[in-house]
Design a protein around this ligand. Sequence first.
Ligand SMILES: C[S@@+](CC[C@H](N)C(=O)[O-])C[C@H]1O[C@@H](n2cnc3c(N)ncnc32)[C@H](O)[C@@H]1O
Length: 241
Amino acid sequence: MIVKKPELNLKKQGGLKFVKLNERLYTYLSDCRSKTGDKVLDALRAETVRKLPDFAQMQIGRDQGTFMTMLVAATGAKNAIEIGTFTGYSAICIARGLPATGRLLCLDISEEWTNMARKYWAKAGVDQKIELRLGPAVESLEEMGPKPVFDFAFIDAHKPEYDDYYERLLPLMRPQSLILFDNMLWGGRLGKPGPIKHENGRAIDKLNRKLARDPRVESVLLSLGDGIHACRVLPGPGRAG
Ligand SMILES: C[S@@+](CC[C@H](N)C(=O)[O-])C[C@H]1O[C@@H](n2cnc3c(N)ncnc32)[C@H](O)[C@@H]1O
């Protein structure tokens, strides 16, 4: 297999079209947002790091959280679903973008981790908007039937199951709704020549390529956080609404 030299490709495209981040730049961009110093989100992040140091890295970044709040609000989403809630950071960000009558359904398997989420949802004043369902997400999605219709979905649970979540979610998504998948750059390890050894990386790579060619959605892979693959659901058979 011939591997193209990336610098030749970039020259043809007029140079770098991205900025490599480092800690200084990330801190800078993280500071250049509305409502930095959010007391509830900062306290939740701190408690998660203190009590769950081995898992705290699973939380989305502050910039990603603000972006999701904006996206939910700007698209006028009323019904949202999150698969993979952990201690509730991303759920607060999604719920804050919803109107007062909006609803967010959260799916997760961990009672312990989501107990912390519940505490902070109350502190953030979004607990009335959120319903939490405990159990394996694939089973929860299957039990739902065709009734719920969502305007926004955030997928951030078990990587090898992402495609299963996607296929079960799609019939429940309204045309023009958004589905966001997290960790789709897999820590920067994708795009190398040769087979991917780890199950998670293989599943993510396969899904990135599938989404890019899937006529049911318009898709773009963004270098936000650990990579967000965003999909706009197109009208057609097998979609809700
Ligand atoms: C990356 S964390 C989610 C982080 C969260 N979105 C945040 O920003 O704080 C992944 C979560 O998925 C949950 N999870 C893993 N496998 C699952 C499954 N099969 N069904 C439902 N939830 C699952 C875990 O319990 C964990 O809380």
